[in-house]
Every structure is written in structure tokens, then in C-alpha cells.
Write a protein that binds this ligand. Structure first.
Ligand SMILES: [Zn+2]
Length: 78
């Protein structure tokens, strides 16, 4: 099966993701870079706290909104 249902990023969790946590580690990422974690309803708070206490968390959005607003890629090479 090639079902592309996104799965929660929490360890051991295989629930379908509902949320996207966008984060950035200023020590290793440029400021505009966004890493993303996926979270189910149950783990959204846990994961966002994990990132929040480190000062990494930038944004929490619904997965369907994240996908709907797919950020345009910078045109490259032309
Ligand atoms: Zn989960």
C-alpha cells in the first residue's frame, strides 16, 4: 500500500497527523528555514511543549491548512 496518510511524529505513535508544528533551531538553521513535525490531537501539546521550552516552535497549524497553503518554492536557476 502506498497510502500517504501522514503519521504523528511522536515516538511510538501511529495515529494520523492532524497538526503541523513548524520549528526552527537557530543554532543550526537559517531563520527562514522551517522544520516540521506532525502531531495527532493527543500529542500536539506534548510536542509543541517540547519545542516551545527550547524556543524552537514557530507555528502550529492544521495539516490540511498547511497543505492548502503549500509555500511557493523560490524559483531556482532562472
Ligand atoms: Zn500522536
Amino acid at each position: 500500500m502506498t497510502d500517504e496518510t501522514p503519521i504523528c511524529s511522536a515516538k511510538g505513535c501511529r495515529a494520523a497527523a492532524v497538526w503541523v508544528l513548524a520549528w526552527n533551531n537557530p543554532k543550526i538553521h537559517t531563520p527562514e528555514r522551517r522544520k516540521t513535525w506532525l502531531a495527532c490531537e493527543e500529542h500536539r501539546e506534548h510536542l509543541s511543549q517540547f519545542l516551545g521550552v527550547r524556543g524552537f516552535l514557530k507555528d502550529v497549524v492544521l495539516l490540511k491548512e498547511w497543505e492548502a497553503s503549500e509555500r511557493p518554492e523560490a524559483p531556482d536557476g532562472s
